[in-house]
Ligand binder design. Structure first.
Ligand code: ADP
Ligand code: MG
Length: 468
């Protein structure tokens, strides 16, 4: 009987599919019009249910009459070489997939199929998303505007937009994981029926290697091919996993062709990803690659304020500014500084004030290892503002030059161990009060003049880098 069924099916489905999905099925027994078939794995079973349940039902009814029923037996590889098997009850079943392979797979609420074959509702996959990573909590700034908006578009129309794949790249702690997960959460909110999965590339590679050891690469690939929105975090780690790249390539192609969405993150621009197959890199270029930058001072303030509001915290504006100004490495450190501040303040039962902030932040601001000289800072400022070196030193009333000089003094004071007197001497023999006055002017201007502040911040970063 099974052979007759196969003959019919063979004419209907493509040869390749037939070979993959029907040949491995073993008929076990036929009792009371119930045909028990054995399938090699859980995924195999799910795939059949997902794609061929109607075909199987029709064929079987044709052979056995309309009371025909089908049951599956799934071979379970216990992982130690012994094979076991698991029969699926005919109805009302609740199956938890064997999680040995580390898939976040939960199948629940089977509904009785309108056909006689016990069916499952669409496969349910836990998307592995952190619900706090949303667009709402991802503060927009110049540093991330393009990426954030592209992410929103992707979430609204997954698969049906020109950002496929969407590749988000940038340094550590700049929000790649947050944004990627926000996309996943938003898809779930707008399109609850879509199957979303977030996975780090390390986890993907581990899963792949597990399956590879168990000769179950096909299962692995088929599982991933069922996903509507696949988010893979930190793809740079694929560089040392050639075989995983092959699997990823197969999955990528299948999903892309079926109009499914891919979202990838990376710590480097795709063109700088070493050890990545060229064919994968060329796929990445099909969509949009967009980067995340370090948030500017205003955005850092906004991020801090958002976090404080969320956690019901209070801190004076001065302290917020102080933290935002001094932590300019990445957002994760910004959060770290905030948490340390809170911890310190509750430990010492002390208000968070500038003094405490100074103390706590000392541990965060990178201790400079190289000694930077006043001359080096002068050169950087001159280059930055395109001012000739001599003019920085000599008397002039020209505002740009006066400001450039003041900034240089300010930076020299902040980044060198020279006395005010020595600094003054480096500017054509000015005295220490001029230096004090300059530093004060710079601080005041930073509070009132946005462009000025941007300039100083950028220069500060340059000096910091040079001193690292
Ligand atoms: P990455 O994956 O790039 O290393 P994460 O996504 O883990 O960085 O971000 C580090 C932390 O900074 C997270 O707690 C995240 O919520 C926060 N963060 C990053 N960017 C923003 C932003 N624009 N608004 C709010 N929080 C942010
Ligand atoms: Mg990350």
């Amino acid at each position: 009987i099974w052979n007759n069924c196969l003959k019919i099916i063979k004419d209907i489905v493509e040869w390749q599919h037939f070979k993959t999905w029907f040949e491995p099925i073993k008929p076990i027994e036929l009792k009371n019009n119930v045909l028990l078939i054995q399938v090699p794995s859980q995924f195999f079973y799910e795939y059949l249910e997902e794609h061929y349940v109607n075909l199987l039902a029709k064929t079987l009814k044709r052979e056995l009459g309309k009371d025909a029923r089908l049951e599956y037996r799934i071979m379970v590889d216990s992982g130690n070489g012994r094979n076991g098997s698991m029969d699926l009850p005919a109805s009302g079943m609740k199956i938890y997939a064997n999680n040995e392979m580390n898939f976040p797979l939960v199948i629940d609420n089977p509904v009785k199929n309108p056909f006689i074959i016990p069916g499952l509702k669409k496969m349910q996959i836990d998307p592995q998303l952190n619900p706090t990573y949303t667009f709402e909590s991802f503060i927009e700034g110049d540093c991330n505007r393009v990426a954030r908006r592209a992410g929103k578009t992707v979430a609204e129309k997954p698969g049906a937009n020109s950002f496929n794949p969407l590749v988000i790249y940038g340094g550590v702690g700049l929000g790649k994981t947050h944004l990627a997960q926000a996309i996943g959460n938003e898809v779930k909110r707008l399109h609850p029926g879509k199957v979303v999965l977030y996975v780090s590339s390390e986890k993907f590679i581990n899963q792949f290697q597990d399956h590879s050891r168990n000769n179950a690469i096909n299962d692995f690939i088929h599982f991933y091919q069922l996903i509507d929105v696949l988010i893979i975090d930190d793809v740079q780690f694929f560089n040392r996993a050639e075989k995983s790249q092959d699997a990823f390539f197969a999955i990528f192609n299948h999903l892309h062709q079926s109009g499914k969405q891919l979202v990838l993150t990376s710590d480097k621009a795709p063109k700088d990803l070493d050890g990545m197959q060229e064919r994968l890199l060329s796929r990445f270029r099909w969509g949009l690659s967009t980067d995340l930058q370090l948030p500017d001072y205003d955005t850092r303030i906004e991020i801090l304020e958002h976090k404080m509001k969320n956690d019901g915290l209070d801190m004076s504006k001065d302290v917020v500014k102080y933290v935002a100004y001094n932590i300019n490495t990445n957002v994760r450190e910004l959060e770290g500084a905030l948490i340390s501040l809170l911890a310190q303040s509750s430990l010492n039962k002390k208000e968070i004030d500038i003094e405490l902030a100074k103390k706590v932040l000392r541990n965060f601001v990178k201790t400079t290892s190289k000694e930077i000289t006043i001359e080096a800072i002068q050169k950087m400022v001159c280059e930055y503002f395109d001012v000739p070196y001599e003019r920085l030193l000599h008397k002039t009333r020209k505002r740009e030059i006066v400001q450039a000089r003041q900034i240089t003094m300010y930076l020299a004071k902040a980044f060198t161990k020279n006395s005010l007197k020595t600094i003054g001497e480096h500017f054509g023999g000015r005295d220490h009060t001029t230096v004090i006055h300059s530093c004060q002017t710079v601080k005041d201007l930073m509070d009132t003049d946005t462009i000025f502040r941007e300039n100083v911040m950028e220069l500060t970063q340059k000096v910091q880098l040079a001193a690292m």
